[in-house]
Write a protein that binds this ligand. Sequence first.
Ligand code: PEP
Ligand code: MN
Length: 337
Amino acid sequence: MIIVMKQDSKREDAEKVANRVAEMGLKPHLIFGEERNVIAVVGDDRRKDRVAFESCEGVDQVMPILAEYKIASRETKPEPTIVQALDLKIGGGHLGIIAGPCSVESEEQIMECARAVKRTGAKGLRGGAFKPRTSPYSFQGMKEEGLKLLAAARDETGLAVVTEVMTPHHVDLVASYADVLQIGARNMQNYQLLEAVGECDKPVLLKRGASATMDEFLLAAEYILDQGNQQVALCERGIRTFESHTRFTLPLASVTYLQSKTHLPVVIDPSHGTGHAYLVPPMCSAAVAIKADGLIIEIHPDPANAMSDGAQSLTPDVFEETMKDCRKIADAVGLKM
Ligand code: PEP
Ligand code: MN
């Protein structure tokens, strides 16, 4: 259920109600909004008396939350969540741009990418140090060495570092270098990993599993939120279908659908979503036109010789042109870039 506090109620009133919820053996999540404070109550509340809360000081109304994802739901928090790391802002009218190589390969490569990203005014630098590869014989990433290079790139450019964490026992290590923790598509349903990043104080970029439904995706986000980490951005990166002209099938309707169901921001990954560099710029434009909250784009100074995902990586020049187009569209639809 959701307990909505009166507009003029005090913070302490909400805290008292939350304590009462906890005394009843349920888990309260306090959400202090701009317009009103609410307490999302999670756990099996079927036998609990809603009326008991209606008489508490400052309570306006008590309602059931219909969605299975309680904290992620717009019913619980109507205003959009803004995910922020350094100058990177995603959501609430901010279009967050994250770009960089699929994998960190060398100091020269990551610095060249970081400088190219910085030149366009984008605020986020991506780069995989721990790589989830389909084949065990493919390049697995530079691991901690790669994290150090990413941190050095942040030191020079001020860009927020977005990088993947693959296992719960690496969360502290990756969080000590990164500004945003990426959960890859293959790990969207790794519940222990979701809980581990949920306990962490770094924002999370959660990628959709290639075969996950929207409800599964939102419930995966709920695992993170339930541990107390409210800084979660969702990333549509394409799904597996019968179609093979693209690497995955990129459903842009996910943006509007998710934005109607959740307050969490929605980022589009047109690189993995299509698998082909020539398809990436138009998908970026389309995503901005429908007011996606962010883009994550793979770039590489020499795509033909990239250690991973070269075919879908833009050169810095093409990326720069793509950003010019995105900026015009963002202006037209009222997004800040
Ligand atoms: C990546 O971002 O390089 C990546 C491996 O993405 P995904 O988890 O979406 O496949
Ligand atoms: Mn990749």
